[in-house]
Design a protein around this ligand. Structure first.
Ligand code: HSE
Length: 309
C-alpha cells in the first residue's frame, strides 16, 4: 500500500465529570486526510484545504504527531500528508486531535502497523501539546480507539476503552465563536475544594459504572461537573439556557464539549436527541448567534479507511 485516504471523526472530551480523562467519538462530522509514502525521508504537509493552518511540519499538529511516530520507528522513511478540514479549529469538538490522530493512524497503516492503536496515542498527544500547551489524550484516545474512552493516566498513557450503551445519542451545537483551548485552560482554578473533588470522583466512577451496566438513570445523575464547567460557562453564549433547554426535553445530561464553545447533550434515543437539537437552535436563534448542530450515535469504530492504493 502506497497511499491511504481516511475519515477522521470529531470527538467530545471531558463529558462533564471527566476533565482531561473522558471522551467519545462522533460519527457524522470529521476531516479527511490522505497519507502517501514518499521516497524522501521525513514528513511533508503537501496540502491543507478548508482552513488556514500552518504547512510547516513543526507548527502543524499532524506534522508534530507524525514526527513523534517516525522518531520511535527509528528507520528512515518518508510521508506526505494532505488535510481536508471540516472540523473548525477552536470549536470544541477535537479539531487538532483529529489531525494528529489521523496522521499517526495513516502512517502506521502504511508502515504495516508496527504500533498497536493504544501506542499511537502518545504520538498524537504531541499534536495536542503543540495546539494547547498540554499533552492531554481525552480527544485523541476515542478517535484512535473508537467509542468512549478513559485516560486513567496520561503517562504511558494508560487508556481504557469503555462500553457504549446502544441507545446513547449525542447532540452537539457549535455556537460560531472561536475559543482556543489554551485560553479555556487559562481560566481554570488551580486549586479545588475537597468537597468538589469528592463530588467529581463520585460522578466519574458512577458514570463509568453506568456505561458498563447500561444504566441510563445513573449516567444521567453523573453528568455533572462541579470543577471546570463553572469557570468555562462564562465563555459560552447562553450556556445555562442551553443546559436548561436540554433538561426540559429529557436529555440525560448536558455540558461543555471539550474546552468549548460547543455544547453537548447525551440522550437516550434519537427522538430525544432531535428534540434537544431543536431546543438548542431555538435558544441560539433567540440571541442571534449563528451555529451548527450535529446529532450522532457514539461512533464505536473511530477512524474509517475510505480508500487504499
Ligand atoms: N480536556 C481538554 C480541555 C479538551 O478541556 O482543555 C480540549 O482539547
Amino acid at each position: 500500500m502506497k497511499e491511504i485516504r481516511i475519515f477522521v471523526p470529531a470527538s467530545v472530551a471531558n463529558v462533564s465529570c471527566g476533565f482531561d480523562v473522558l471522551g467519545f467519538c462522533l460519527a457524522p462530522v470529521g476531516d479527511e486526510m490522505v497519507i502517501r509514502k514518499s521516497s524522501e525521508p521525513g514528513i511533508r504537509i503537501t496540502k491543507i484545504e478548508g482552513q488556514d493552518l500552518p504547512m510547516e511540519v513543526d507548527n502543524n499538529v499532524a506534522g508534530v504527531a507524525a514526527k513523534a511516530l517516525l522518531e520511535a520507528y527509528e528507520t528512515a522513511v518518508g510521508f506526505e500528508i494532505e488535510i481536508y478540514k471540516h472540523i473548525k479549529p477552536g470549536s470544541g469538538i477535537g479539531s487538532s486531535a483529529a489531525s494528529a490522530a489521523g496522521a499517526v493512524y495513516g502512517i502506521n497503516k502504511l508502515l504495516g502497523e508496527p504500533f498497536d492503536p493504544k501506542s499511537l496515542i502518545r504520538f498524537a498527544m504531541q499534536g495536542e501539546k503543540l495546539a494547547s500547551g498540554s499533552p492531554h489524550a481525552d480527544n485523541v484516545a476515542p478517535v484512535l480507539l473508537g467509542g468512549f474512552t478513559l485516560v486513567r493516566c496520561s503517562d504511558g498513557p494508560d487508556v481504557i476503552k469503555l462500553p457504549v450503551p446502544d441507545e446513547l445519542v449525542a447532540t452537539v451545537v457549535h455556537p460560531k465563536i472561536e475559543l482556543k483551548t489554551a485560553h479555556a485552560r487559562s481560566v481554570l482554578k488551580q486549586q479545588i475544594s475537597l468537597k468538589d473533588a469528592i463530588s467529581q470522583w463520585g460522578n466519574l466512577a458512577g458514570l463509568v459504572s453506568g456505561l458498563y451496566e447500561n444504566d441510563y438513570d445513573r449516567i444521567s445523575r453523573c453528568l455533572v461537573d462541579k470543577i471546570v464547567e463553572p469557570s468555562r460557562a462564562l465563555l459560552i453564549p447562553a450556556f445555562s439556557e442551553l443546559k436548561e433547554a436540554a433538561a426540559e426535553v429529557g436529555a440525560l445530561g448536558c455540558g461543555i464539549s471539550g474546552s468549548g464553545p460547543s455544547v453537548y447533550a447525551l440522550s437516550r434515543g434519537m427522538t430525544t436527541a432531535e428534540e434537544v437539537a431543536q431546543k438548542f437552535s431555538e435558544v441560539l436563534s433567540g440571541i442571534d448567534i449563528s451555529f451548527e448542530t450535529h446529532i450522532s450515535p457514539i461512533n464505536t469504530v473511530g477512524i474509517r479507511i475510505l480508500e487504499e492504493k
